[in-house]
Design a protein around this ligand. Sequence first.
Ligand code: GLU
Length: 218
Amino acid sequence: MCGIVGYVGPQRAAQVLLQGLQKLEYRGYDSAGIATLNEGKLLCVRAKGKLHNLAEKVEQLDIVAHVGIGHTRWATHGKPEEHNAHPHRDSRDRLAVVQNGIIENYRELRQQLQGRGHVFRSETDTEVIPHLIAEALPETPTANGLLEAVRQAIHQLTGAFAIAVICADYPDELIVVRQQAPLVIGFGQGEFFCASDTPASFPTPVLFCRWKMVNWLG
Ligand code: GLU
């Protein structure tokens, strides 16, 4: 079982994400990564092996972003290599997704997406998700554009999974979804977290959640 973390708030997201991933190390993993949003730019950093490999790369970048997602991966589809580590992105590098679980119908979806011109950069089941969301995004951002695009993508997936999504066109949003897999959400003072843990907390079969930074950004 891998770990997912997400953060929106006034702290530096990269540090919060790394600390969160450390707390989820007990679940086991073979690689790790984070993606952050800053000034409309998506930054994705990934590393094979232990978390300190990722931490070394992150430290060199001095990331100031306040929105981000992170992941420790336990490979089920695709070798434990950096190019298969999460987060995974769409073809235009605007969206990043982390996933815990298995997308059972990924082969059909991948074939269909490739037929429509999407370029895949990993062998994972997860990578279909950012491509599906990208297809459903409106040309120009709308109030619920990302949330609706995620909803449309999720309805095409079968399997048990939890995901977290960020998008450069929606720079103050973090969207999380769970379907028969654990995901905990937490609210601090003007900040929001998500993490994989305590499966008994959420009895509903599907949970959609979106957080927006409104207060502290003004
Ligand atoms: N099935 C996904 C993969 O192989 C996620 C595995 C996990 O939960 O870590 O990348």
